[in-house]
Design a protein around this ligand. Sequence first.
Ligand SMILES: [Zn+2]
Length: 345
Amino acid sequence: MDDIEPPSNSPIDLTDRGDLILNIHDVNRLKRSSFVVSSHILTMASPVFAAMLDPKFKEGQQLLQSREQNAAEKPIILLEEDDVDAMDFILSSLHYKTDRIKHDLGAQAIAEIAVQSDKYDFHGVLVPWIKLWCHPDRFPVRPSHKVRDMGYGLLVAYLFQSPDFVAVSASYAKTLPPDFATSWRTSKFMSRLPKVIEVQLASEITRAQKEIRLQVLSKMDELQPKNNPCTVDRSRSHLVQYLDVLKHFDIWPSLVLFDTSSPSDLVSLIQGLPRAPNPVCLRYQLPQCPLRVAITELCRAVCTIRDNMEGVPLSMVVGASDESGNDSSDDIVNKVTKSVSTRVE
Ligand SMILES: [Zn+2]
């Protein structure tokens, strides 16, 4: 039975050329694991580890001494604020331990990996996954946790600086309810997403809602009884019938749905108008019936509004940081000192 995992106190061997042990646990110490890794592979993959294992840091000195003394005991680096499963995924990918790599990750697990990868600059290792995770239709969003999972999807695309960020944010803007930020504020690491993204997303949602509402109201004006090819009873004019249809779907007289529903939900609702019961004008089936024309045009117009919704360009967010997109050496040293290490002066 080869795949029985060793007990949690013995390190998981990710390579038979390992010369270093990473002892990882989260802030709450609920879960811990140790991994035997290759310092060579680690420094190739992560500029942060490369700096940490440089002899000017404590960990680098330990590694150097262990090599020089040909010591049997491998030096141990303690990482005390990391997610064990996320680091397991990254380190296993790095050492080609494919049997340890899970393929059915949920939104939160992917977000944990993105956070860890951001901390240690492991993005290069994850390139094959990043393309998959930063696709709005392929990031796993559970219907029961839609708002939270979309937040994670956006955070992942942001942390990986995905060129598809604008498409991801446009896609989520269509489906998020306007109060999405309230739910994000209770989520574990959504504070890492720059506020400007949240604000832009909310403003795009509000803009689309307003345009959709304007379309619905503008049809009332168009249905005033003039140039009317259908002979309809005055009390059941096209306008009255239109209002009846809207009432049936709770769109009228209260307009509250326009403030509380996502643009996509509003569009779905409006697309149901042609199927309203008790129609309406007796000539509704004729293409020239103004009610029919108005509802058909309304459906088309609101779809266009939804489809043309815009995402947030990442350039708007990262403009303030290093233009190359790469960390400067000062940034890397900051990341190392924040992680574990003590600089040897
Ligand atoms: Zn008619």
